[in-house]
Design a protein around this ligand. Structure first.
Ligand code: TYD
Length: 213
């Protein structure tokens, strides 16, 4: 449907997603592969505004409202950033995409997965990732890493939800990967940064070369 390549990064809190994305985009630059990096929720101005509501609202937002906000941000992001870049044949690297909604609002927030699928299909308009990297980590390991990197007082609304919620997020992600093993590749996020980065590059190149040739 498009000429570009859509790769998304997913995982629980403290899985090392940001540093792996940095290493991956550096690799794209070194190989002169044209790319666009964006994140969800966010990306365009409208999405960034929704991001602030979602992450820093003082009020309790229920899972349904939360999901609809993520979805409207996603629809805007797809139309204005992701699709135009794919049409130009670029690699689009996303820090989170709809699998986050299935894991957080679905498996952990108890929304019906069928509802999530219906609205997600509407929001993404056919934009399914060519590859999704899932960095798998336990709640304990993830938060231990987070507390090394930043002040835990600054945790956002979703990060504060506690172990039970985040355990469900992890299980949900693994279930998604089981259902779509061709698209979602699970990587053990407790391995070394270099090991993980090499694994990601290899998986990417295999798929990318297949699509490009
Ligand atoms: P962010 O600051 O990007 O966190 P991280 O570095 O962990 O990616 O915040 C995104 C938060 O939003 C994160 O806790 C996951 C959550 N989220 C959802 O709950 N549903 C979604 O659909 C998306 C895209 C994110």
């Amino acid at each position: 449907m498009h000429k570009g390549f859509l790769i998304t990064f997913e995982g629980g809190e403290g899985c090392g997603k940001s540093s792996q994305i940095k290493l991956f985009t550096k690799f794209l630059e070194e190989n002169k592969i044209d790319y666009v990096l964006s994140r969800e929720p966010g990306g365009a101005e409208f999405g960034e505004m929704i991001r602030k509501i979602l992450l820093f609202s003082k009020n309790n937002i229920d899972a349904k409202t939360e999901f609809l906000l993520f979805s409207s941000s996603r629809a805007d992001h797809i139309k204005n950033i992701v699709k135009p870049a794919l049409r130009e044949g670029k690699v689009v690297v996303l820090d989170r995409f709809y699998d986050s909604s299935f894991a957080y609002q679905g498996y952990a927030g108890s929304l019906d997965l069928k509802d999530i699928k219906l609205i997600t299909d509407f929001a993404i308009d056919g934009c399914v990732p060519d590859l999704t990297i899932l960095l798998d980590i336990s709640y304990e390991d993830g938060f231990a890493r987070k507390s090394q990197d930043e002040n835990l007082k600054n945790l956002d609304r979703i990060e504060r939800k506690g172990k039970e919620y985040h355990d469900k997020v992890r299980k949900g992600y693994l279930e998604l990967a089981k259902n779509e093993p061709e698209r979602i590749k699970v990587i053990d996020a407790t391995k070394s940064r270099e090991e993980i980065s090499n694994e990601i590059k290899n998986i990417f190149l295999e798929k990318y070369n297949k699509i490009k040739n």
